[in-house]
Design a protein around this ligand. Structure first.
Ligand SMILES: NC(=O)c1ccc[n+]([C@@H]2O[C@H](COP(=O)([O-])OP(=O)(O)OC[C@H]3O[C@@H](n4cnc5c(N)ncnc54)[C@H](O)[C@@H]3O)[C@@H](O)[C@H]2O)c1
Ligand SMILES: [Zn+2]
Length: 359
């Protein structure tokens, strides 16, 4: 088992990573300050796979368990669903010390995390991520929230969990495209700060616990230095200015992980345009993404139809939540482990980078 420790403004919490850890959840939750009624929030795909294991583990730790099963999918990451969870918790007699366990992917983590942050002004949260993306990205950093019709993640709160328990055995049941989506964020982490991790991915010789620990460490380090996204945390946005715009112009038919893959290629191409990055890095990034089952250009996903124009994607960047003022900022990889943020990018350079992926 790997144990990482995350320092945050209110204290510190551990991330446990290993095969089969879900069976030990009750043991990890041994904390006498908690009410002996635990709430598990999960979705309809994860519940039949791991709900029972988690219930038994909690009962073995002396907890009574109430499980709330939600429909799966981003389209349910809404205030209506939050309301449904509030109702269930209140009906079952939730109090300020009742632990809430988020068992599932990033959708469940964000939604259940938001519930835990807000009901009774906050109850203890435990993240049990079951997708690669949630393990290496969404479960760490304290951001929780839900979508509004106007846009994704527009309502939210920072909520740090008591601990994160990543049972890497659960990755075995993950659909391949979901695993690929998680790899996009791992490759992003490798490019930002861990050249050796990039080599692991290229060679394909790794165990999931090692890989998850290594990947999440990059996010942990950056989030620790900048918990409320005032500075360095923006580096985690590598590829994401492009990705968010691509998702938007596709009418959200392009899944996030695939958009990130294209975004990583575009960010590297932008580095080449700005004469900060060697052209060979573009080929390397494309190769490692393809090896992980990810697209590197629009035409790799024929189901999406003809590519949008670079100009349309550029326009879509103007409405990104992460922009500051009117300036669109880009994170650019100079070399693996060396990325930088720049706001002074000529539109022509961005269009040229987009040209490279919109084929
Ligand atoms: N809070 C953050 O910092 C942060 C960071 C990145 C992403 N996110 C959010 O995360 C969400 C995406 O997360 P995701 O990619 O995990 O999507 P998801 O939660 O929708 O999970 C993907 C699919 O896999 C299923 N699933 C989950 N675990 C499984 C398992 N072990 N075996 C089989 N199926 C399983 C789910 O039911 C779902 O159908 C988005 O809403 C995004 O905004 C949040
Ligand atoms: Zn992402």
């Amino acid at each position: 088992m790997h144990t990482l420790s995350v320092l945050h403004p209110g204290g510190r919490y551990p991330i446990y990573i290993g095969d089969g850890l879900r069976h030990r959840l009750g043991e990890f939750l041994q904390d006498r300050a908690l009410t002996r009624l635990a709430f598990v929030v999960t979705d309809e795909h994860v519940a039949p796979l791991y709900g029972e294991d988690v219930r038994l583990a909690l009962e073995a730790g002396g907890y009574r368990v109430h499980t709330i099963v939600l429909p799966a999918g981003e389209q349910y990451k809404t205030l209506d669903t939050v309301r449904r969870v509030y109702d269930a918790l209140l009906e079952q007699g939730v109090d300020r010390y009742s632990p809430l366990i988020a068992l599932g992917g990033g959708v469940i983590g964000d939604l259940a995390g938001f519930v835990a942050a807000t009901i009774l002004r906050g109850i203890p949260l435990v993240q049990v991520p079951t997708t690669l993306l949630a393990m290496v990205d969404a479960s760490v950093g304290g951001k929780t929230g839900v979508d509004l019709p106007q846009g994704k993640n527009l309502v939210g709160a920072f909520k740090f969990p008591r601990f994160v328990l990543a049972d890497t055995e659960t990755l075995a049941t993950l659909p391949p495209e979901e695993r690929a989506a998680g790899m996009a964020e791992t490759i992003k982490h490798a490019l930002i700060a861990d050249p050796e991790l990039l080599e692991w991915v290229e060679r394909g010789t790794f165990s999931w616990p090692d890989m998850v620990a290594r990947s999440v460490s990059v996010k942990v380090q950056i989030v620790q230095e900048d918990p409320y996204e005032a500075g360095r945390r923006v580096l985690l946005n590598l590829g994401h200015t492009f990705a968010h715009a691509l998702e938007r112009v596709s009418g959200y038919r392009l899944r996030h992980g695939f958009a990130v893959a294209l975004g990583l290629v575009a960010a590297t191409l932008l580095g080449v345009e700005l004469e900060e990055t060697a052209p060979s890095l573009v080929r390397r990034v494309e190769r490692v993404l393809r090896g992980a089952g990810l697209p590197t250009r629009w035409s790799d996903m024929p189901e999406l139809g003809a590519p949008p124009s670079p100009e349309a994607v550029w326009q879509a960047m103007g409405t990104d939540k992460k922009r500051v003022g009117r300036q669109v900022r880009f994170v650019v990889p100079a070399a693996p482990g060396h990325v930088f943020l720049t706001g002074r990018v000529p539109k022509e350079a961005v269009l040229a980078a987009l040209e490279g992926i919109l084929q």
